[in-house]
Structures are given as C-alpha cells and as structure tokens.
Design a protein. Structure first.
Length: 326
C-alpha cells in the first residue's frame, strides 16, 4: 500500500453516545456503540463506498470523520494532520478542505434563507471575497450543478427534491474542498432523479479531482460510483475491497448475504442464484453480542465466533476482512 497518495486515514475510530437517567442529576447508565474501532483509508481522487443496513453506523462514521461528532476514541488523519486533536480556529481552517452533502434535501436547507444566501454561507463563515464576489461565485456554482443562476433569490420550497440536492452540492463545493462525505445523497430522491445526481457527482469529481466517501444502501449504485467498497455491520467494518473483487468474491458471510439480495437483470442467472436469508433481527448497539457481532445471525458461526472478536486483516492485496472463518 503506497502511503503518498492517501488523503484520509481512519484508525480505530470509535463513537459511543451516552444513555443517561435522571432529571436534575444525570447519571450515565449505558452507551449506544454506534461506531466501534473502525479503520480504513481513502486515496486521493477515489470514491470509497460505505454500505450496510439502516442503523449500522454509516452516517455516524461520516460525521465523526468530519468532527461534527467528536469521537470517543481513535484517530482521523487528513493529510497527516490529526483532526481529533484540533479545536477552534485550527479545526475551522481544516473544514475548508472537507464538506458533507446531507441525506435529506428537505431538512438540510434553511427554509428562511434564499438559495443565494444558502450557497454563500460557507464563503461568509470563512470570510472569502466581497459581497459582490460571493454573489458571482454563487451564480457560478449554481451553473456548475445544472441550475439556473437566476434562481439565486428563490427559496428552497420552490424547488423539487432533485433541485434541492443540487443546491446542497453547490454549497458543499463553495470552498473548493478536497474531500466530500456524501451521506446517502440519493436515498430521498425519485429513482429517475438518482441517476442524474450520481452522474453530476461523477462529473464534478473528474473536473475538480474530488475524493468521496459515498454512504448508501443501494449496492448496485455503490458498485457504479465507487472504486472500493467497505461493508459495515453494527458499528464495525467487516469487509473492504476493490469493487469488482468484492462483488465477485465476497468473503464475509454478511457481505455474501447482502449481495445475494441484489437482483440480477439476467433471468436465467437470477433463477440459479441462491438467496441467503438471515435469521433474526440486528442486535441493539446498546448491548452488542460478544465476539463477532454478526455471529447470532451467521449461518456459518462456530464456537470461536461468540468468544473472540475477529482480527481486521488483509487476506489478499487490498482485500480486508474481519472473520475467523476466512
């Protein structure tokens, strides 16, 4: 693994949310283990897809990397600068290089602000340019994401979901960032609009050399846009590999089950495929199982799986997995 083109490195990142009881004196009685000892890296100019079912900690991972949530433990290195050690002005300065596109375009735009003010807000916060220069930059950004620059004085309620997400993308691009967390940017959109937004993200990546962490449920979309894919289950990354390698040769039983649920357009192949139906529900992150977190639902589980946590290891070049049976 070459170290020179790694933009972001995450080492044993952990985020636990405390559960408290009491009104006057609050006492911690437990914790939601949303993200637990997650490690990976993202190379410059690539897209790393992060997949898994709802509630497995994907969005929390993205937000903790950007320090929107401060991690419980672990390290996040952006160009060898440890973000977890930064505070105040230092962190604010680093934020120019990292942005996020939020999941819900209806909730992430302030309904009381015009589109011009929404997109110009990062420029104002970082005191970039005069008012006139900011306005010109906003028009340029709207044009870039396929919106009419004359929409600058309109309000979010006047736009469709796809257009609102484009406004969110324009805002994320305002400061010329290097790294963008795409937090399920298409899950709230119509299927017909999803492809347009993904194509736009790919065009922008090519034009500006952007690096993405692309969080999603849709495995076929992740395969389309990502260079490598990480699979997450109950706060842990269980497998990470180059996209074609992962889809052709999934090693972790959870990855195999996930991929067996993706429909194949060929009816002959589809009839011959075997679906892996997992038993039971996802355990609670408040009280996760011992050993491997997937063992209560794993069709191949053995005694060691419930006792020892599997080691995160590289089993083939750039193919990482956490499983005792591989």
């Amino acid at each position: 693994m070459s170290q020179d083109n790694i933009l972001l490195r995450v080492e044993k990142l952990t985020k636990h949310f405390p559960i408290t009881r009491g009104i006057v004196i609050q006492k911690q009685v437990g914790a939601v283990q949303a993200v637990d000892k997650v490690s990976f890296f993202v190379r410059e100019g690539e897209t790393l897809g992060l997949v898994g079912e709802s509630g497995c900690g994907k969005s929390t991972t993205g937000r903790t990397i950007l320090q929107l949530y401060r991690p419980t433990s672990g390290k996040v290195y952006f160009r060898d600068q440890d973000l977890t050690q930064l505070e105040g002005e230092g962190l604010r300065h680093m934020r120019r290089n990292m942005q996020i596109i939020f999941q819900d375009p209806y909730a992430s735009l302030n309904p009381r602000m015009s589109v011009g003010d929404i997109v110009a807000e990062p420029l104002e916060v970082h005191r970039i340019g005069t008012r006139k220069e900011q306005r010109e930059r906003v028009k340029e950004l709207l044009n870039l994401v396929g919106l009419n620059p004359y929409f600058i004085n309109r309000y979010p309620h006047e736009f469709s979901g796809g257009q609102r997400q484009r406004i969110g993308i324009a805002r994320a691009l305002a400061l010329n960032p290097e790294f963008i967390v795409c937090d399920e940017p298409i899950s709230a959109l119509d299927v017909s609009i999803q492809a347009q937004v993904v194509n736009l993200l790919e065009e922008l990546q090519e034009q500006f050399g952007l690096t993405y962490l692309f969080i999603a449920h849709d495995l076929s979309m992740v395969r389309h846009i990502s260079n490598r894919v990480a699979v997450m289950y109950l706060g842990k990354v269980v497998e990470l590999a180059e996209r074609n390698e992962l889809y052709a040769n999934p090693l972790h039983p959870y990855t195999q089950a996930l991929l067996s649920a993706v429909p194949v357009p060929d009816p002959v192949v589809e009839r011959q495929r075997q679906r892996i139906i997992l038993q039971g529900d996802v355990p609670s992150p408040v009280n996760p199982p011992s050993g491997c977190r997937f063992h209560p639902r794993c069709p191949l589980a053995q005694e060691i799986c419930s006792q020892e946590e599997p080691e995160w290891r590289e089993v083939a070049p750039d193919h990482w997995v956490a499983c005792h049976l591989v």
